[in-house]
Design a protein around this ligand. Structure first.
Ligand SMILES: C[S@@+](CC[C@H](N)C(=O)[O-])C[C@H]1O[C@@H](n2cnc3c(N)ncnc32)[C@H](O)[C@@H]1O
Length: 199
């Protein structure tokens, strides 16, 4: 029985190289926004093979990248080594970080992690990112897949803008909201950028 809470579920996808989400390179939108924001401490949750982690580290961000799949982490370790950059790489369940990095980060990068976790854990995710960030820290979210019904199953599990805004309504304000033509072709208009700031 598949269970997205288990690392084995994700590890098997990496082992069978069925990683349809993997861009094989840094994400164009994240690359662009990294030139517009102040350098600082960034955490990438469910970082996968970690191209964005390496790109951000090259640009001078202090990067922490977290994923529980051993294969993804091994790939990222090699990539960071080859590229000669320092990334703090953590092989753990993201939800286990909640008490260890309170108020530590300026930025959380969200890209296809929220849609990968169990639907029942979305409130827990909000709590996690809120705890990880400093006050005025930013959750830079590429929310995907917009318009997919949760009843269709997943991962990726559907995401609606109304749901996201409700989930992040209490302790956050919105700094930016847009569809971007930098989204990769198959995600265009199905991926919305919303940057939330922690109050
Ligand atoms: C859809 S993939 C996206 C990977 C990466 N963000 C990307 O865009 O290439 C989801 C990733 O989240 C990881 N993941 C899912 N649930 C996790 C959890 N609870 N703790 C740590 N990693 C998790 C998986 O191992 C997988 O690498």
């Amino acid at each position: 029985m598949k269970n997205v809470n288990d690392l084995e579920y994700w590890e098997n996808i990496y082992l069978s190289n069925d990683t349809g989400w993997d861009l094989g390179a840094a994400t164009p939108y994240i690359e662009k926004i990294s030139d517009e924001i102040k350098k600082g401490k960034v955490i990438i949750l469910g970082c996968g093979r970690g191209y964005d982690a390496v790109m951000l580290a090259k640009k001078g961000f202090e990067v922490t990248a977290v994923d529980f799949s051993p294969s993804a982490i091994k790939f990222l370790n090699n990539l960071a080594y080859q590229q000669g950059v320092l990334v703090k790489i953590i092989q753990k369940d993201i939800f286990s970080l909640i008490d260890n990095y309170e108020g530590h980060f300026d930025y959380v990068i969200e890209q296809t992690c929220f849609c990968a976790i169990d639907l029942k854990r979305r409130s827990e995710y909000e709590l996690l990112v809120n705890k990880l960030l400093k006050v005025k820290g930013q959750l830079i979210g590429l929310w995907f897949p917009i318009g997919k019904e949760v009843a269709e199953g997943g991962p990726p599990f559907g995401v609606s803008i109304d749901e996201i805004k409700l989930l992040f309504s209490k302790r956050w304000s919105i700094l930016r909201e847009e569809y971007s033509n930098l989204s990769i072709e198959k995600r265009k208009n199905r991926e919305k950028i919303i940057i939330f700031e922690k109050q």
